[in-house]
Ligand binder design. Structure first.
Ligand SMILES: C=CC1=C(C)c2cc3[nH]c(cc4nc(cc5[nH]c(cc1n2)c(C)c5CCC(=O)O)C(CCC(=O)O)=C4C)c(C)c3C=C
Ligand SMILES: [Fe+2]
Ligand SMILES: [Fe+2]
Length: 338
């Protein structure tokens, strides 16, 4: 009997931490019109003329700092473990492929393997808990662009978000327990940032997101696919699971690029405020990622850790990502079989 195909897709990572490979990765990533959503001519000037030439050598150093001699990029390492664990759970009736939106393994090659295996259907699971056009939307578009060329197109389904997945929420909360959250002065839920204009473009009413006070405090029909609103919901659910009161945690957004406004508050500003208030120990979740990566391992532990200490703080502790935690693999299995 034909197998069912599952395609896990994460963002991507350079093939190696060399400046040349980081340049190649950043060029492909940032030339995506859903990531830098300005007109193509301006994007080319910004990316190829300004951002990549300046950023590639700096980013290469950051990647070198997190690159493991044996296992390479953490994002790739954990993605491969997730693929293998899910394949084992699902057994022979399924074929689980892993692809990266940028660089390798490409979505094209993974789809080709599924096509050659004559799978009866393909379930595409972009590995981003919260929907954003720049992440999930880009994966969906890429898959659709590729399969539109096929003569016979199998049943294809796309998961567009899983920000409130119960087992995912539990895994994040479980991962925090070994740090004894009650011993920390404050807890941060630090999500990857996004330009504000990308949030506004996702609001089909054009009158709700960032227009109404506290627009992310509840999820409703208008903002149900808003990245910021979904991020706040994920944080609320993890906080509820941990019995955290509202004054014990803050939702914030990291890794801003360029001078346009991004979703706020910015993690670095919150860290500075907390240091000024005399807080000494911070516990940080990064629930926009399902695997540890540059944004968690380096940005939180080193960059924010150093910033906090320079302002009088003592310790910033990252709660590791979902990685290959068995409960997270349960969550993936349920997404496929549901
Ligand atoms: C305009 C720029 C960017 C947008 C929009 C953006 C959205 C976005 N990104 C992720 C997930 C990841 N991003 C990662 C790295 C990364 N992101 C940007 C820029 C934008 N991201 C840059 C320039 C970089 C490279 C880092 C650097 O050079 O310093 C990563 C880590 C990859 C790794 O190999 O570890 C992830 C994961 C999401 C989910 C998202 C939309 C919400
Ligand atoms: Fe990013
Ligand atoms: Fe919103």
């Amino acid at each position: 009997m034909a197998k069912k195909g599952v395609l896990l897709v994460n963002l991507g990572t350079p093939d190696s931490p060399s400046t040349a490979d980081v340049r190649k990765y950043l060029n492909e990533f940032l030339m995506d019109g859903r990531v830098i959503d300005v007109n193509p001519a301006l994007r080319t000037v910004l990316v190829k003329g300004i951002i990549v030439p300046f950023r590639a050598p700096k980013s290469a150093k950051l990647y070198q700092a997190i690159w493991d001699k044996q296992t390479g990029s953490p994002l790739m390492h954990y993605s491969l473990l997730q693929q293998a664990a899910l394949q084992q759970r699902l057994g022979d009736a399924y074929m689980v492929e892993l692809a990266m939106r940028y660089q390798s393994p490409s979505i094209e090659s993974a789809l080709q393997r599924l096509k050659e295996a004559l799978v009866s259907e393909i379930q595409v699971i972009p590995l981003f808990p919260q929907y954003a056009s720049a992440s999930t939307g880009s994966v969906q578009e890429k898959v659709m662009r590729l399969v539109k060329e096929w003569q016979t197109i199998p049943t294809i389904s796309f998961l567009n978000s899983f920000h409130d997945n119960e087992l995912m929420i539990e895994t994040f909360a479980d991962n925090a327990q070994k740090y004894q959250p009650e011993t920390y002065d404050h807890i941060l839920f630090s999500f990857h940032g996004l330009p504000q204009r990308q949030l506004k473009k996702c609001d089909h009413t054009q009158s709700y997101c960032l227009q109404v006070n506290d627009c992310c405090d509840t999820l409703n029909d208008t903002n149900k696919l808003c990245y910021s609103a979904q991020s706040h919901d994920t944080a609320r659910l993890i906080a509820a699971k941990m019995n955290l009161s509202k004054d014990r945690y803050t939702v914030c957004f990291q890794s801003r690029l360029g001078s346009d406004p991004w979703v706020q508050p910015y993690t670095s500003e919150i860290i500075a405020t907390l240091a000024k208030e005399g807080k000494k120990r911070l516990l940080v979740f990064c629930p926009a990622f399902v695997s540890d990566c540059l944004e968690t391992v380096f940005e939180v532990t080193h960059e924010y850790g150093d910033e906090f200490k320079a302002l009088g703080g003592e310790h910033v502790q990252l709660v590791e990502s979902l990685n290959n935690a068995p409960k997270w693999i349960d969550a993936l299995e349920k997404m496929v079989i549901a």
